[in-house]
Design a protein. Structure first.
Length: 302
């Protein structure tokens, strides 16, 4: 073997070692906080302040998980998060499908301008919309809209504040740009011949969308839906501002109220956070293949 070949082999080995170390650091950085949170949720309060630090719980207990439901109506927080996230996801994916079909498969004038506008609107932070939306929801009285979704028995509100719609409406508006861009890329990948064949058989454009385009774009639909669901589930600022009633709090907001004026029960909060993350983890695990194929296929053509 020549000297240049040996040097090239050593450089290749060194590069693989550095790559392995970099990947290991990324994995540890991502997993360690989650593992530490899970272990903390099984510890007793005395272990959290003990020195030296004990990484594994010396006397594991499930009392923290009992306290999660005993101190606050955590089941209500979970229900609220599920209702808001699921409804916002369904509405967003429906509207994004219609918009993505128009932008991806119809010959629209000013298509690039529209896409640029969508990208620009996705850059606005929710903080900018906080005050205008609060004033809007406080001044709107739509009793029939408030009654469209389930509310706790005896709970009523004179406006859209402290309702599911106070979160669903802004979540849909904030998620539509990214969902539209994802689905636009997917719809562009589907051959025109399939839609043309469906049209010849008498199917309308709307029928072709729901019968041909959307089933073939299942990875993109799932990817967009999961992104919208996770963002809606984790959103904190709007939920804290618009839904102040205990019965209408979502999981991220509800967890903050486990803190007392002079106490900070880390173990109980860790248990609550663990319970709040479990639905997202199960969602990602169940749809892992769909998400990967959706992200890779959607980046082929923009």
């Amino acid at each position: 073997m020549s000297g240049s070949a040996r040097r090239s082999g050593r450089r290749g080995l060194t590069g693989r070692i550095f790559l392995f170390i970099a990947l290991l650091l990324v994995i540890v950085n991502g997993l360690f906080p989650s593992v530490w949170l899970l272990l903390t949720s099984f510890k007793q309060d005395g272990e959290l302040t003990r020195l030296p630090i004990s990484y594994l719980p010396a006397d594991p207990t499930l009392q923290n998980y009992v306290e999660v439901f005993a101190r606050n109506p955590f089941a209500t927080f979970l229900r609220n998060s599920f209702v808001v996230s699921i409804v916002a996801t369904l509405i967003t994916v429906l509207f994004a499908s219609l918009a993505g079909y128009a932008l991806g498969r119809l010959r629209l004038k000013g298509r690039r301008i529209i896409l640029t506008g969508i990208v620009m609107t996705s850059m606005f932070p929710s903080l900018v919309l906080l005050v205008p939306l609060y004033r809007l929801f406080r001044g709107v009285e739509v009793p029939w809209l408030s009654g469209l979704l389930f509310f706790p028995e005896g709970f009523s509100t004179p406006n859209l504040l402290n309702t599911y719609w106070a979160l669903i409406i802004p979540y849909v508006a904030l998620s539509l740009p990214i969902a539209t861009m994802i689905l636009t890329s997917f719809f562009q990948l589907i051959p025109d011949d399939l839609e043309a064949a469906a049209t010849v058989d008498g199917t309308s454009r709307l029928g072709a969308l729901f019968r041909i385009i959307m089933p073939l774009s299942a990875p993109g639909m799932v990817t967009a839906a999961i992104i919208v669901f996770v963002n809606s589930w984790n959103e904190f600022l709007l939920a804290l501002t618009f839904n102040t009633a205990v019965e209408m709090r979502t999981v991220p907001v509800g967890i903050t109220f486990y803190q007392g004026q002079f106490s900070f029960p880390w173990a109980v909060i860790s248990a609550a956070v663990t319970l709040g993350v479990i639905p997202l983890v199960l969602l990602i695990i169940f749809f892992q293949q769909r998400i990967i194929s959706g992200l890779t296929a959607g980046g082929v053509k923009g």
